[in-house]
Design a protein around this ligand. Structure first.
Ligand SMILES: [Zn+2]
Length: 84
């Protein structure tokens, strides 16, 4: 357990279980049983876990897109329409 002590710079962390590495990739996915088709859930991944996480989503047919964090943020800024 880590005590939550004070503010620290928010750097995105890999979503893989137990991994504390900085995220480099964004995996955009959608579970059609839970989400509307336009909805995108995102996982973050470091270099090491990108393949593992994308396979996890891929075999379930959930994976929609894999882009670098920089590209993802650029897209978000380009303003992809309404909604958050
Ligand atoms: Zn990782």
């Amino acid at each position: 357990m880590f005590p939550s002590a004070g503010p620290e710079p928010v750097s995105p962390i890999c979503s893989a279980k137990g991994c504390r590495a900085a995220a480099v990739w964004v995996l955009a996915w959608n579970n059609p049983k839970l989400h509307t088709p336009e909805r995108r859930k995102t996982w973050l991944a470091c270099e090491e876990h990108r393949e593992h996480l994308s396979q996890f989503l891929g075999v379930r047919g959930f994976l929609k897109d894999v882009v670098t964090l920089g590209e993802w943020e650029r897209r978000a800024q380009d303003g992809a329409g309404p909604g958050a």
